[in-house]
Design a binder for this molecule. Sequence first.
Ligand SMILES: [Ca+2]
Ligand SMILES: [Ca+2]
Length: 165
Amino acid sequence: MKLNLKLFALLILTALGSPPLLAAEPGMLDQNGFHADFKKLDADSNDKLSYAEASKEKIFADGFSRADKNKNNTLNYDEYANYKSAEQGKESKRVVADSTITSKIKSKYLLEKGIKSFKVSVETKDGIVVLSGFVESEAVKARAGQIAASVNGVKSVSNGLVVKP
Ligand SMILES: [Ca+2]
Ligand SMILES: [Ca+2]
């Protein structure tokens, strides 16, 4: 029984601990984690990835030629791992930037008397903010949109707030 509990706790810790680690330490992944991925893609096991092999991963379907630094139309492990860790780094930066935008907007809404922040939902993806939920007047809706647009890093605001007096 005790052992099971320990195992359970370990599983929880692992589950909680993994995603931030993956995001925070691409260098570590570079050394350990990509070899298995590389092997899986390398269907003919020649230690190189052709476009057909690499493009099974979406980032290489789009970025194969950028990853292929020496332009020989195949990716060796270093080309594969460097490109992949750079892309993952960009992706985790984007996610951090998006959640920073969301929390800045939410904290500004808290300071606005007219906006009942618990009735307004803010979501940000790649700098594009989507507002949904309810406000009491057109003026408040417009104000909420202006506030969202004024936050650094916001590219556009899709104001889906519904006026419900
Ligand atoms: Ca191959
Ligand atoms: Ca190459």
